[in-house]
Every structure is written in C-alpha cells, then in structure tokens.
Design a protein around this ligand. Structure first.
Ligand code: V0V
Ligand code: CO
Length: 140
C-alpha cells in the first residue's frame, strides 16, 4: 500500500526560524513553499531523497490561526512531530481499502496538498496515536 515515507510534518511557531535551522543543520534544501488556506497552514518542503512515485521530505508547518489543526496541536502539545505521510499510488483507492478495515478517514474526498499532490488524513486515534496522511504525488 505504501511506497515510501513522503514526509514527516513538524508543527512550529516560526516557519522562517525552523527553515533556517533545518536547512543549515542538516544541509537540506527548500523545494516548495505554500500557503494552504483549506488546511490552515503556511508550509515549506525540504527535500531529502527521491523514491518510488515521488520524493521524501521534511514538511515544516506554521498555523494560519489558533483554531486550525496545527494551531490547536501547538497549544496542546507544543512544537514537534505532527503527522507522518506515506506515498501511495492512488489515494482514493487506498482510502477505501483502509476505511474497509475500520480506520476512520478525516477526509471523505482527497484534498489539495503540497506541490500539486492529493492528500487525505486518517484519524490518529485509529492509528496508534499517529496522525497519518496519504499522499499521491503529482505526476512528473
Ligand atoms: C490531535 N490528536 C493527535 C493529533 N492531533 N494525535 C496525534 N497527532 C496529532 N497531530 C489527538 C488529540 O490529542 C486528541 O486526543 C484527539 O486526537 C482529538 O483531538 P482534538 O484536539 O480534540 O481535536 P482537533 O479538533 O484538534 O482534531 C484533531 C484532528 C485534526 C486530527 C481530527 O487535527 C485534523 O483533522 N487533522 C487533519 C488535517 C491537518 O492536520 N492539516 C494540517 C496539515 P485526546 O486528547 O482525546 O486523547 S496540512 C498538510 O500536511 C499538507 C497541506 C500537506 O502535507 O500537503
Ligand atoms: Co503533510
């Protein structure tokens, strides 16, 4: 089902500060930046490697508001790992397969994700406490 880890999403209060830290400390390059109003985030993708069907990245996330998913997470838990995203071939198909096994989907239809991807989230309570994202990367 999963081809690779697409990205690890990290919640932060100051995107510019964390971009500077990750790019300098780990010699990673920012390959995309986006404001995603629907998800309530300002985000940056730092490239790590290329894999089957797409790359793998660190995703740095700053909330657009306090009542957004990342805003609430920061208030409750502080900065840190917010979600893990897996690369899949077909997000709609994978959502259906996983849902059949009793895992709740947080999205009924795929949504727009970073770099032209299509994404969907699974409920963290059904995945051992890990907010899980499915990513179908844009065709290259
Ligand atoms: C909340 N919980 C988490 C969690 N957020 N557990 C693990 N990881 C997280 N990130 C736990 C929380 O501690 C509660 O457990 C329970 O889930 C319900 O949380 P809540 O605070 O009561 O509820 P909300 O309203 O904060 O909703 C949580 C969910 C929400 C996960 C439902 O954040 C959501 O829909 N997220 C999906 C969208 C998203 O995260 N977008 C931002 C990334 P207890 O306390 O009851 O035990 S956007 C992105 O990644 C993009 C654009 C991309 O990759 O391209
Ligand atoms: Co993500």
């Amino acid at each position: 089902m999963f081809m690779r880890i697409d990205h690890i999403g990290i919640a932060c209060r100051d995107l510019e500060e964390k971009i500077a830290f990750f790019s300098e400390t780990f010699e990673l390059t920012v390959v995309a930046r986006e404001v995603n109003e629907e998800q309530g985030v300002k985000e940056a993708m730092l490239h790590i490697a290329d894999g089957e069907g797409g790359g793998s990245y660190i995703q740095l996330l700053e909330p657009l508001s306090e009542d957004s998913p990342v805003g609430k997470f920061l208030a409750k838990r502080g900065e840190g790992v917010h979600h893990v995203a897996f690369g899949v071939r077909d997000v709609t198909e994978t959502m259906a397969k996983i849902n059949e096994k009793g895992v709740r989907l947080l999205d009924q239809h795929p949504r727009h994700g970073s770099m032209g991807s299509e994404i969907a989230f699974l409920h963290p309570k059904d995945v051992g406490g890990m907010l899980t994202e499915l990513v179908q990367a844009a065709k290259r």
